[in-house]
Write a protein that binds this ligand. Structure first.
Ligand SMILES: [Zn+2]
Ligand SMILES: [Zn+2]
Length: 346
């Protein structure tokens, strides 16, 4: 079968490998869609310390079951399924407390296990053990289902930042994750959502699709002032930074309302992980700063429900559909910010 494998930074190959077989407790799927994101670009350029090459990449996975390993119950050939990306152990103290996104033993598809840029893939027994294989609801396409994983991460972020009824929400970063944040915030009852991006062209492409109440181009105006003006000087109830930008995180402190919540949703580059925080702003204004690390199996299941009910539409966010042999081109499209969501159809 054909796969897209990481061999070394800058060395990604479209190549032939033997088809995998489902072992005990495992399920083999025919991959129908595996979507790409900024993480794939990062891996292709820099590798990752959890990836021991060669490794099939791809972690936003949807497909159909073609074979069941020994002992697998409740599933049948032909079932349409979505696969979690981050695999919690299910046994540690955090997992037992229901905090599966911060499991210290977490493993990932496309890192520790072969990923979805392949014609066939084996779903590890560990995924099934934590309910990480989800049935795709009727009416949801494989392509839409592949976007459930990033939406699950967005859902985790907004739960932690307590996005809810009546909130004014700022989303910084208009990539696919930013677009999902805009849609989900609206679905959770936000009063207004402001979308911010440095780059006007990128912002316009996203704003055309997700229709924020206000689109703010950082290259043209002072973002903090624009948010304060739009909120009569009060600031936003929630600011979500969906960009790898320390400057955006620092600006968030300046444009959040009293008792506001800030989500450092996007991580910062490893070599530049520090920002300056005016601790007195946090203290006197009773601010909350939260992080976000991936998603739990339950978040993935809920994301599929949000897509199925139409609460968070994702079909129109999929702007590019490419065959497996174009996955490497897809990383370029993602890196240059020319697309919202690029999905690979092996
Ligand atoms: Zn991703
Ligand atoms: Zn755990």
């Amino acid at each position: 079968m054909k796969v897209v494998r990481f061999h070394a930074p800058g060395d990604i190959r479209f190549e032939d490998v033997a088809e995998p077989e489902a072992g005990p407790g495992e399920v083999k799927i025919r991959v129908r869609n595996c979507s790409t994101c900024g993480t794939d670009v990062k891996i292709s350029k820099f590798g990752h310390h959890h990836i021991h090459p060669p490794r099939v990449m791809g972690h936003e996975i949807a497909g159909e079951i073609v074979a069941l390993g020994d002992g697998v119950e409740g599933w049948a050939e032909g079932d349409r399924v979505q696969v979690i990306a981050a695999i919690p152990c299910g046994k540690c103290d955090e997992c037992k407390r229901g905090r599966m996104t911060i499991c210290p033993n977490q493993e990932s598809m496309g890192y520790h296990y072969e990923g979805g840029f392949a014609q066939f893939m084996v779903v590890p027994a560990k995924v099934l053990a934590v309910d990480g294989l989800n049935r795709i609801p009727e009416g949801v396409s494989f392509a839409e289902a592949s976007v459930a994983e990033p939406l699950a991460c967005v859902l985790n972020g907004q739960e932690l930042a307590r996005v809810g009824e009546g909130d004014d929400v700022v989303v910084v970063g208009s990539g696919p994750i930013g677009c999902l944040h805009v849609r989900l915030a609206k679905a959770r009852g936000a009063a207004r959502v402001f979308l911010v991006d440095l780059n006007r062209a990128r912002l316009d492409m996203a704003a055309d699709l997700v229709k924020p109440d206000l689109a703010i181009a950082g290259e043209e105006v002072d973002v903090v002032k624009a948010v304060l003006d739009a909120t009569d000087g009060r600031g936003a109830d929630v600011v979500i930074t969906a960009a790898a930008s320390g400057a955006a995180q620092e600006q968030a402190l300046q444009m959040v309302a009293r008792q506001g919540r800030i989500s450092f949703f996007g991580g910062l580059p490893k070599d530049k992980p520090t920002v300056t925080v005016d601790s007195n702003l946090v203290h006197y204004r009773e601010l909350t700063i939260v992080g976000a690390n991936g998603s739990s199996p339950a978040h993935n299941a809920e994301a599929l429900r949000l897509i199925a009910t139409g609460a968070v539409p994702v079909a129109d966010l999929i702007t590019h559909r490419l065959p497996l042999d174009s996955a490497i081109d897809a990383f370029g499209i993602v890196a240059r910010g020319e697309a919202i969501k690029v999905t690979i159809e092996p």
